[in-house]
Design a protein around this ligand. Structure first.
Ligand code: CA
Length: 495
């Protein structure tokens, strides 16, 4: 009797300690909009794995990326700091930019690494690498390791930017010292064909604007590169490659708590998904989203296989809103399927209208986060840091995650119904173009004096069609003052 009580006690203790340090999987899609998934109303794109995830967790309808473009969102997500407070993280970076996160700034990864987690990042980085212009021929640092990730397998910048190679733990995969890699964003390097000079060599898709420099895999890119020919990726195999690396990370780290930050290329341009996903009436873009759904399904299936699903917090979201023509003639610009990437929201990626930054946001944690639920909570990627800290029992240092609000009590029903955020700042493509959200109201302040500010009541006017700026002077005054206060503060986190 005593022995079995002891055994039960041990089992409970083990279970409690595992539950204290749940695994964390953050999956960040690229340019997938509010209307792109079946669980957010799409009928032209099939997303069965994401729909299943939504049914097993909570689906958020007022979640936002902190910016309407890639780099600043990714900076804020990992650091819990608004990117405009640190200029290198506030604008879209080239493929040779140095690391934008200061190595003395804490990240979700450094926090969890200190707590004994294995930490890995797989997929799109786009936060710069190295301490000056990136040299892809040597060990590249600082990089993910210096900001908390034990393991990294990266698309260094974006799919449409050079260099078109993967970087694993600081080294280009398949690097050949006899074929050194040169990358330049100012002038042409090497003698390889470009989209501008040799359009006849574009075998996959032609650029609609920009994107006319070095041709890799039949697609011209932003930026020139030469060398590294054996290392270059095949766009149509990218999802398979990075998904396999993410799944392997789960396998390799199944016996201890882990953080996996999996940032997909889908559905960013160039949209060149594997042919097996090309079944959507929304064309290549629809196929890229279906490919994303497959990637998510592979991760979830691996968690099931390893019997880790019950002790893993899974968050799936996108780094900014959807966009149709984003630089290539891939058919999306004249899509006739009727698919709306941002649903009925106004605007696209790059904009402070809701279509630019209101994004899909799914959270699953069996037994903790409500299943088959919908939440109207105003939330943002910048809040993941404090929320994950609470979910994993970590305490924030005074300088950590200065703009991150803890949603864990709300997500787990301890403080449901009480708004967590009294305000939220979002940034358009331009790092000085901010919007502030307070309750149902949103004030958008353009950076220059020539453009008119806009004020909308999102509850009464979700499509942002009636600018209330001139008829609500008192509200404008209050919101402008709050925007200014948040901009000038070094910290807005309440606790
Ligand atoms: Ca993006």
């Amino acid at each position: 009797m005593r022995l079995s009580a002891l055994v039960i006690g041990l089992v409970l203790a083990t279970t409690a300690s595992a539950a204290d340090r749940p695994n964390v999987v953050v999956i960040l899609a690229d340019d997938i909009g509010y209307g792109d998934l079946g669980c957010y109303g799409s009928t032209k794109v099939r997303t069965p794995n994401l729909d299943k995830l939504a049914a097993a967790g909570t689906r958020f309808t007022d979640a936002h990326s902190p910016a309407a473009v890639c780099t600043p969102t990714r900076y804020s997500l990992l650091t819990g700091q608004y990117s405009f407070r640190h200029r290198p993280g506030a604008s879209i970076l080239s493929g040779v930019a140095p690391l934008a996160i200061p190595t003395d700034r804490s990240t979700i990864a450094t926090m969890l690494k200190k707590a004994g987690y294995s930490t890995g990042v797989v997929g799109k980085w786009h936060l710069g690498l190295g301490d000056k212009e990136t040299d892809y021929n040597v060990e590249i640092k600082p990089g993910p390791r210096e900001v908390g990730f034990d393991y990294s397998f990266l698309i260094p910048a974006t799919g449409d930017r050079t260099p078109c190679v993967y970087v694993e733990n600081g080294r280009v995969v398949g690097h050949d010292p006899n074929d050194p890699i040169r990358v330049n964003y100012k002038e042409k390097v090497g003698a390889e064909p470009t989209g501008k000079e040799n359009p006849e060599q574009l075998t996959n898709q032609k650029p609609s604007y920009g994107h006319d420099m070095t041709i890799v895999n039949g697609i011209s890119r932003i930026g020139w590169m030469s060398g590294g020919r054996a290392a270059r990726w095949k766009d149509e195999d990218m999802a398979d490659t990075i998904t396999a690396k993410a799944v392997k990370f789960l396998d390799d780290n199944k016996s201890k708590p882990f953080l996996l930050y999996f940032a997909t290329h889908d559905a960013h341009v160039p949209r060149f998904p594997h042919p097996r996903f090309r079944t959507s009436p929304h064309g290549l873009r629809g196929a890229a989203i279906q490919e994303f759904d497959w990637s998510v399904g592979e991760i979830l299936a691996k968690l099931d296989e390893l019997k880790l699903a019950d002790n893993t917090l899974v968050i799936v979201t996108s780094d900014n809103g959807g966009v149709m023509d984003d630089g290539y003639f891939d058919g999306t610009g004249n899509d006739t399927s009727g698919h709306k990437c941002n649903g009925s929201l106004r605007g696209f990626k790059g904009s402070n209208y809701e279509g630019g930054h209101r994004v899909p946001f799914l959270v699953r944690f069996p037994g903790r986060v409500a299943a088959n639920a919908t939440s109207k909570e105003l939330t943002c990627h910048v809040d993941l840091y404090a929320t994950i800290a609470a979910a994993t029992g970590q305490t924030l240092g005074a300088n950590d995650a200065p703009d991150s609000f803890n949603h864990w009590p709300a997500w787990t029903g301890q403080a449901a119904g009480k708004p967590v955020r009294p305000h939220l700042l979002t940034q358009a493509g331009n790092f000085q173009a901010h919007a502030i959200r307070m309750g149902d109201w949103k004030l958008m302040v353009p950076p220059g004096p020539k453009m008119k500010p806009e004020l909308y009541n999102l509850a009464a006017d979700p499509m942002e069609s009636k600018n209330q700026y001139d008829v609500e002077p008192d509200r404008v005054k209050t919101m402008r003052a709050e925007l200014q206060r948040v901009r000038e503060a070094t910290r807005t986190r309440p606790d």
